[in-house]
Ligand binder design. Sequence first.
Ligand SMILES: [Fe+2]
Ligand SMILES: [Fe+2]
Length: 152
Amino acid sequence: MRIIPALLGEHAVIYSLLDMIERKRQEWSPEETRLAVVMLATALESHAVIEEELLFRELEPHLGLGHGPLGVMLADHEQIEAILARLALATPEELGPLVAQLTETTREHFDKEETVLFGLSEKFLAPELLRDLGARWAKRRNVDVRSLAEGS
Ligand SMILES: [Fe+2]
Ligand SMILES: [Fe+2]
């Protein structure tokens, strides 16, 4: 399978985590909020590493870095990392605003990837490369894709 649908599926799971956190945050204790943030951070960080090491690396010769779409995505990843670092040290009073900042920044970042970067990936990268990246994604995520047809 190609890597882009796999990354979209990861976005879908993370959206459900964001929805849950936004819905429940008001009734949670600071400890419960911290636990939810740790789970979200685990999903976000591994997702960003996979994007950077598999997809972004292949896109760099086509798109460059700087202020282009790839540079913007990397800056977003750094911004999300910085918010997560602040959350790890946040006082109970700081938790709410930082969680709101995290969910908003993540949604905006995912929207840019879905509306711009993933489309550019399908345009610039050959179908065989997208499938090879998908196979590497499956290996890293421990997903068994052997039953899928070769061309999918
Ligand atoms: Fe990303
Ligand atoms: Fe993403």
